[in-house]
Design a protein around this ligand. Structure first.
Ligand SMILES: NC(=O)c1ccc[n+]([C@@H]2O[C@H](COP(=O)([O-])OP(=O)(O)OC[C@H]3O[C@@H](n4cnc5c(N)ncnc54)[C@H](OP(=O)(O)O)[C@@H]3O)[C@@H](O)[C@H]2O)c1
Length: 251
């Protein structure tokens, strides 16, 4: 147990699974007071139990702007401010171009891009000088991959949001950075649009064959990078895209 985030209010949007849950445990071990959100009330309850008695949870679908308003009202009520905003929620899609429907396109962009934008916009009144924002991107924004265009477009847009938020908020003392995972072994592969359950093992093997380290990453292998970007250890870092990908985007 450490105290790097003692008395800090850390809001993790998408904090009940995978990368977000691993980060929540990392922040909790460093004394943070957490607000964890997601859509699934049961896994939120489990995430609260795993991170300690001060954790607050809120069901919030970021594709629905009214739910983001309700979330921020709850955070304001409970804590009055946010010190670290980790906007990690995202959905995957592996769909060939010909098969993409307008509904597929909208569903992915509404969460990964529009939802991220409005989460940050609506959190702004609670953010102050010294606060930090971290967005979860993907190396999909950098690499071409068959069937990944809808998801990749959303994450490339998110990367642009990170850079532009950083420029717009630097004068207010708010740093904004993106963390871009490579292939990480989480539930996302089991809920990726366009990937039926019987195709998951083959897709995992295919992904691993492209991993320079010969394996997928673990969710907790992102935690150190998230905590670094959230802390004063990165006080002169803003607007970056920190790749945590086992080399996948580089060679
Ligand atoms: N795993 C990878 O290989 C990989 C690679 C690159 C980037 N990423 C990115 O990393 C982030 C975390 O993914 P993960 O791998 O940890 O997957 P995960 O275990 O499926 O977690 C996804 C998280 O996003 C939340 N979420 C999804 N849609 C939401 C919505 N509409 N509103 C609010 N929350 C929503 C989920 O909450 P519920 O469970 O309650 O729905 C969950 O907390 C995502 O942005 C993903 O795109 C992952």
């Amino acid at each position: 147990m450490g105290e790097r985030f003692k008395n800090k209010i850390v809001v993790i949007v998408g904090g009940n699974s995978g990368i977000g849950l691993a980060a929540a445990k990392g922040f909790a071990a460093e004394g943070a007071q957490l607000v964890l959100t997601g859509r699934n009330a049961q896994t939120l309850k489990e995430a609260a139990a795993a991170t300690g008695p001060t954790t607050v949870t809120a069901v919030c679908d970021i594709a629905d702007l009214k739910q983001i308003d309700a979330l921020m009202a709850k955070v304001k009520d409970q804590h009055g401010r946010i010190d670290v905003l980790f906007v990690n929620a995202g959905v995957g899609a592996f769909i060939p171009v010909e098969a993409v429907t307008e509904a597929d396109w909208d569903e992915v962009q509404n969460v990964n891009l529009k939802g991220v934008f409005f989460t940050v916009q609506k959190a702004l009144p609670l953010l102050h000088s010294g606060a930090t924002i971290i967005l979860t991107g993907s190396i999909g924004a950098l690499k071409g991959l068959p069937t990944n265009s809808v998801y990749a477009a959303s994450k490339a847009g998110l990367r642009a949001l990170g850079r532009n938020f950083a420029a717009e908020f630097v004068g207010r003392g708010i740093r904004v950075n993106v963390i871009s995972p490579g292939p990480i072994d989480t539930e996302i592969i089991n809920r990726t649009k366009g990937l039926p359950p019987e195709a998951v093992p083959g897709m995992r093997s295919e992904i691993i064959s492209h991993c320079p380290m010969g394996r997928m990453g673990r969710a907790d292998e992102l935690t150190g990078a998230v905590l670094y970007l959230a802390s004063s250890e990165s006080s002169y870092v803003t607007g970056v895209d920190l790749l945590v990908d086992g080399g996948a985007a580089s060679f």
